[in-house]
Ligand binder design. Structure first.
Ligand SMILES: [Fe+2]
Length: 730
């Protein structure tokens, strides 16, 4: 069709006042860009020559070479020890992995790391699809056939998990053809020897670093697009200037109620109370002795007890935690971790968790360890300047370093990702695909096996080991010990909270003493509605309507045996009753959905500002109280990952990678909606309807819980049902 009038060519764009605005917007968009277009990234990787080597998959022999040279690929049918080779796959970067890029910017490196990791995840997904492990389109297989694909492995020292190469030569061939072994060096290869441009780690003082963090967030630069703990302020009356307060006792302590790890704090045992009391007495701190005596009587003393870290990794009581595992090309390598203990008071009249004392690294006994007491006996003391109490700030950082390990390796990796993986592998090896337990659980396994494999093969060796203060073998032993010590039934929410000294009635009713422990309050609601949903779902199936039937259900009994014997979850219940089945299934959903959401999706907020919760120290911890008390700000600056851009990059990047927003279709309410429209059984439809409605109701209840917290806490929103992921997605 002809245009009715002639147009000049090229068509001139209208020019005007808005052009400058557009360029300003462009600059803003570039500054806030945290991810790259995938196609452009692919071209860039080719230009950098950062690619796995090409292999002719029709050729029977793989030739080593290229970037994956450090990790010889498996060669099928040549009698090589497959297990040994897969163990290499989980080990650290190959010795010859060198930075390929001499200089680069922090921002581009961050985007390259994110982009590559996501591409690696796609590759894992594709490989698992190929070998028919949770394939994109489901296949119906009798359980005997599925048992050949889902097999157990303990390779690499990890707890029992899915064998990435199921038995059989054909699987070896497929694994080789997948070239997964070639991707593990990629992350290391794109970190330039020298990083320039943005430096979020910089600062001669802590407040300089804090102010810089604030300006990054203000300008929405790079991954610093959202507020983080370093930008928070205490609410003040109108006219009173706001103060950044991330380092205060209040913010430090509250993280153990509503931070990344709200699952470890517990009532102090008499033994710990006596140890701290005696030490306070020994230091002539009579005020503290009196306070401990009173609080002990009121049963308001709580602890974070990390004194067992050495036992967990099989170290001697006086061994020092240190590591020099490093990024290719690193110059400052030596790092340290600690095994501290913190004593808190939680007064019934204000419910403000307040740290009283810290053993900075529990070595053998109290007498051999450095113990410091807070000069602020309670949260109302304002005569002490918290900003400049450097010895106490250092001690609090010890707890944060230790909790970085407890949280990332234990509570997060081991006790959600890996425990759920055992549940998944055992279920695939036990249930017919129309069994009600399989049907209720399967939607809660989305993406979990692929992300777990990527964690073992990439995140632990290439990120965690490069920033942790524990050496790689200790990291592995720690993960394993957490798994071995996990008590499945004791951690049911209704058992867990009272076991840790949080009575259900008092917490549930929001008594003053517990009004700031929003994680616990929310979880009581969440557990109740999940259990109700499981009960309703199972009511559709006559095969599960009596204890006898459950006792004689071969699928269920095989699942139990698989988990206890081969999954080595020895505390998984020996299910003989309907109640036991409902509880166990509720727990499997709880771990995959609300529990993982609560402990995963706050990492970016608390950890991209790395000095709040660093993964290690760069200077050995003081070995005497005198040395600790002599510690000043420059000492803390040297000890933190400040002005350590490469480590900062990995430490901030890890939480950023893991905190992608949950898509609507991967949320718990969306799961319920879909089930309502698809289930053929009325009882299942009804259970899903009630779940959806209940999620709405508890969503409102969570808001009320959050509003009732002290305003200084900033509230607690991570468990909002709309953004509670249906499974362990990342
Ligand atoms: Fe996670």
């Amino acid at each position: 069709m002809e245009l009715p009038f002639p147009l000049p060519f090229p068509l001139p764009l209208p020019r005007g006042d808005s052009s400058e605005d557009r360029h300003a917007k462009l600059r803003e968009a570039l500054a806030g860009l945290s991810d790259w277009n995938t196609g452009v990234l692919s071209c860039q990787l080719l230009q950098w020559k950062v690619t796995p080597e090409y292999h002719d998959i029709t050729s029977p022999i793989d030739k080593p070479g290229g970037i994956s040279r450090g990790l010889p690929l498996l060669r099928p049918g040549k009698g090589l020890n497959l297990v040994g080779k897969i163990a290499d796959f989980y080990s650290a970067w190959p010795e010859d992995a060198k930075p390929r890029i001499a200089k680069g910017t922090y921002q581009n490196t961050q985007k390259a790391l994110s982009g590559i990791f996501k591409l690696c995840l796609h590759k894992y997904d594709a490989y698992l699809d190929l070998i028919q492990v949770e394939p994109f389109l489901p296949v119906s297989l009798p359980v005997e056939e599925r048992r050949k694909i889902y097999t157990w492995s303990e390779v690499g020292g990890y707890p029992p998990h899915l064998a990435i190469v199921p038995p059989g030569d054909k699987h070896n061939d497929l694994f080789n053809a997948s070239r997964l072994a070639g991707v593990k060096s990629l992350l290391g290869a794109v970190i330039p020897k020298e990083l320039m441009d943005l430096n979020p780690s910089k600062g001669a003082t802590l407040s300089e670093n804090t102010t810089y963090n604030q300006s990054l967030v203000k300008e929405a630069k790079n991954i610093y697009i959202n507020p983080n703990v370093g930008t928070r302020t205490t609410p003040r009356p109108p006219g009173v200037p706001l103060k950044l307060d991330w380092y205060t006792d209040f913010v430090f302590a509250q993280q153990y109620f509503t931070g990344t790890n709200p699952t470890t704090i517990r009532l102090a045992t008499d033994e710990w109370i006596t140890r701290f009391r005696d030490t306070a007495k020994g230091q002539g701190n009579q005020d503290m002795v009196k306070l401990i005596d009173e609080a002990a009587k009121a049963k308001s003393l709580y602890v974070l007890d990390y004194s067992d870290f050495r036992t967990m990794v099989g170290a001697e009581p006086t061994d020092i935690f240190t590591s020099n595992a490093s990024l290719p090309g690193d110059t400052r390598k030596d790092r340290w971790a600690v095994a501290p203990v913190c004593l808190f008071n939680l007064p019934a009249d204000d419910g403000i968790l307040h740290p009283l004392a810290i053993v900075i690294d529990y070595i053998k006994d109290m007498a051999s360890s450095v113990v410091i007491f807070n000069k602020r006996l309670d949260s109302s003391v304002t005569s002490i300047d918290e900003a400049t109490d450097w010895p106490w700030r250092y001690a609090k950082t010890c707890i944060q370093v230790a909790d970085w390990h407890k949280h990332e390796l234990g509570v997060h990796l081991s006790l959600t990702h890996l425990v759920e993986e055992a549940v998944i592998v055992a279920a695939h090896r036990s249930f017919d695909d129309n069994h009600p337990v399989y049907r209720i659980l399967k939607p809660h396994w989305l993406k979990t096996l692929a992300i777990n494999e990527a964690a073992r093969a990439i995140l632990v060796p290439s990120v965690i080991n490069m920033i942790s203060g524990m050496k790689p073998e200790h990291v592995l032993k720690f993960v394993r010990a957490e798994y071995n010590n996990f008590n499945f039934t004791k951690r049911y929410i209704l058992n867990d909270l009272p076991d840790r000294g949080f009575p259900l009635d008092k917490v549930g009713l929001g008594e003053k003493q517990f009004h700031n422990y929003a994680y616990a309050r929310n979880m009581i609601f969440m557990w109740s509605i999940l259990r109700k949903f499981v009960t309703g779902f199972f009511s559709a199936f006559s095969e599960l309507d009596s204890d006898d039937k459950i006792k004689n259900d071969n699928n269920i009994q095989t699942w139990v045996k698989e988990l206890r014997e081969f999954g080595k979850l020895t505390t998984f219940p020996d299910i003989k009753t309907r109640d036991e089945l409902i509880d166990a299934v509720t727990m499997c959903i709880h771990i995959a959905s609300p529990q993982h959401t609560a402990i995963n999706y706050l990492q970016e907020y608390y950890q991209t500002f790395v000095i709040n919760k660093p993964p290690s120290f760069f200077v050995a911890p003081p070995t005497s109280l005198e040395a600790l008390e002599a510690l000043t700000e420059p000492d803390l600056v040297k000890a933190l990952p400040m002005n350590q851009l490469r480590q900062w990059l990995l430490a901030a990047q890890l939480p950023h990678l893991l905190n992608e927003t949950v898509a609507l279709k991967e949320s718990l309410p969306h799961y319920a909606l879909t089930l309502i429209q698809t289930a053929s059984e009325e009882e299942v439809k009804n259970a899903a309807k009630e779940l959806y409605v209940d999620l709405g109701i508890i969503g409102e209840a969570f808001e009320q819980v959050s509003e009732k917290m002290d305003p200084e806490t900033g509230g607690y929103h991570v468990m909002k049902p709309d953004t509670t992921a249906v499974s362990i997605l990342i």
